[in-house]
Design a protein around this ligand. Sequence first.
Ligand code: NAD
Length: 271
Amino acid sequence: LVRSVNGGEIPDDEPSSVWRERVVPGRFEGRTVVVTGAASGIGRATASRIARERGRVIAVDLAAQGLEQLANGLPDADIVPVTADLTRPESIDGVLEAAGPRVDALANVAGIVDDFSPLHEVTDEAWAKIFAINVDGLFRLSRAVIPLMLEAGRGSIVNVASEAALKASTSGTAYTATKHAVVGITQSSAFMYGPQGLRVNAVAPGPVATGISGGMSMSEFGRERTGGFLQLMPPVSTPEQLAASITFLLSDDGVNVNGAVLPSDGGWAVQ
Ligand code: NAD
């Protein structure tokens, strides 16, 4: 058993069933929102929520099938799937083309965690691979979208960081370094673009039940990450719970929040 985000005990592979998503009708009406990592997990839940709140979603991912499932699951929604490998600089053009001249908001969600090594065991290849998507992809897409937001005099960006950017984590040095970079990009951009009407925030999830653990249960994943050592398992969130935090910051509900790194982890960051 693990503790649910709401305090009760739940089977360790079954995230909290206490909370129910409540769509805010029309919150993204008239808005074009680019969401990366939209084929699965947190990105998909975010894209789905924005689409159901009447936003036009540019849904970007490597995985064409997941994007198709997202769009097919919401036939009345305005979802433009863009299959793209964000580690490739040329992929950015396809995203901008699909979006058109106006992008109101951007959720940089796509990312990987595939190397849990301590620093002295990290290979050059593993280091480059994880930075290529978690940092370089996020950087390039933001660089392409920000001029459109500056022209409009408004815009909101949410970058998905991790608990690994807030506290000691077992996610490996390379992953931890990428998520610290995400926070650095977020805070620097919030500071520089705030006066021009842009907001740039980050969300720091704890463990979320998604495909990122490679099909392992969250408890197996936790054991793997700690080399078999026992550790207190943190609360496991659902992708929809993360989408609630991300869409809050992306939408006008987050109007007064800029440069924040919001833990969205059921309280794990303060433990
Ligand atoms: P996920 O694996 O379900 O989703 C990630 C998506 O990113 C996938 O659909 C994948 O195809 C896409 N992607 C990966 N590389 C890509 C590339 N080069 N180009 C385009 N798309 C690419 O995982 P998730 O848990 O939803 O992860 C989303 C974000 O949340 C990541 O940035 C991750 O680091 C972060 N995060 C997740 C957890 C967790 O426990 N799940 C915890 C902290 C932070």
